[in-house]
Ligand binder design. Structure first.
Ligand code: PMP
Length: 289
């Protein structure tokens, strides 16, 4: 493997008081995060001159750090301020992914849990164009979301993502773009990278937050925007059968905001009116602040 950073898009990272260009090396073989996976992150977006809900993403990374036994060292306001500072290094046109992170350098008691006093922070910003909203396909994954008893699902932690990664790869191996991942009770939880909604008879539905999946910031924003737009969202346990019978399916997540699902298993769907409206409402909201 090459150590070249040429294949990476323009990247700026703030760490220890300075900005560095490129994929700056931050952890070593003795770093607890590299060894035992003690890292948390959040993902926000800058596009078309706006960063919707940036404050909420910065607040969540601090909550994730605390949940994983790390000691967050920045306030959400400080992270927002650093982001606005770092964004000046970009061309003001290309969309940017905003990724604050905390990780532990050392282990604490017995070396296994993180030593919160060794927590480090970085803020990584990089060019990442928004994708078209043309839609994607999903298939039910053989892999499941863990519960809070088995994994730190109350944190947006890097250690949760190998499970998502294998679900996405397995779906891809069967010709689908993404996985529809169930919880341990067999109800629909989310995709491998976003939250999921369905629409039946003009009413939107989304799995009720039950601690197994990331109840996303874009999910909550979409529910409230739809409500203001006159469309009710019911949060409840939903089965694969509910999704197979849905009039529309769409996903929400900070990376691509609101995107329709155009195929579930062997069933093709149109990008429907509620998904379209949710996406328009999101863009109006993003530009209103
Ligand atoms: N679920 C997973 C697994 C995700 O990675 C994401 C994206 N962060 C989401 C849901 C959506 O969360 P949010 O809207 O807060 O970005």
């Amino acid at each position: 493997m090459s150590l070249s950073t040429a294949a990476q898009s323009l990247t700026w990272t703030y760490v220890d008081g300075d900005w560095h260009e490129g994929n700056v090396a931050l952890i070593g073989p003795r770093s607890h995060a590299m060894w035992l996976g003690s890292s948390v992150f959040d993902g926000a977006r800058w596009f078309e001159n706006v960063s919707p809900d940036l404050d909420l993403h910065c607040e969540r990374v601090n909550r994730s750090a605390t949940a994983l036994g790390l000691g967050p060292s920045k306030t959400a306001e400080e992270i927002v301020g650093l982001t606005l500072d770092g964004l000046k290094k970009f061309d003001g046109k290309t969309a940017v992914y905003i990724r604050p992170m905390y990780w532990a350098e050392h282990g604490g008691y017995m070396g296994v849990p993180a030593d919160p006093d060794s927590t480090r922070f970085c803020l990584c910003l990089y060019e990442s164009p928004m994708i078209a909203s043309s839609g994607f396909s999903v298939t039910v994954s053989p892999f499941r979301r863990p519960t809070i008893e088995t994994m730190p699902t109350n944190a947006k932690a890097g250690c949760l993502y190998p499970n998502n990664g294998r679900a996405i790869l397995e779906a891809k191996s069967r010709g689908f773009d993404n996985a529809l991942v169930l919880d341990m009770l067999g109800n629909v939880a989310e995709t491998g990278s976003s939250n999921i909604f369905m629409v039946k008879d003009g009413v939107a539905f989304t799995p009720a937050a039950n601690g197994t999946f990331l109840s996303g910031i874009t999910r909550a924003r979409t529910i409230s925007l739809l409500a203001e737009g006159g469309i009710r969202t019911v949060e409840k346990a939903l089965t694969v059968r509910d999704f197979m019978d849905a009039d529309e399916i769409f996903s929400t997540g900070n990376h691509s905001k609101v995107v329709p699902v155009t195929r579930i298993e062997d069933r093709h769907l149109q990008a429907g009116p509620v998904a379209k409206k949710a996406r328009e409402l999101y863009w109006d909201f993003a530009h209103s602040g």
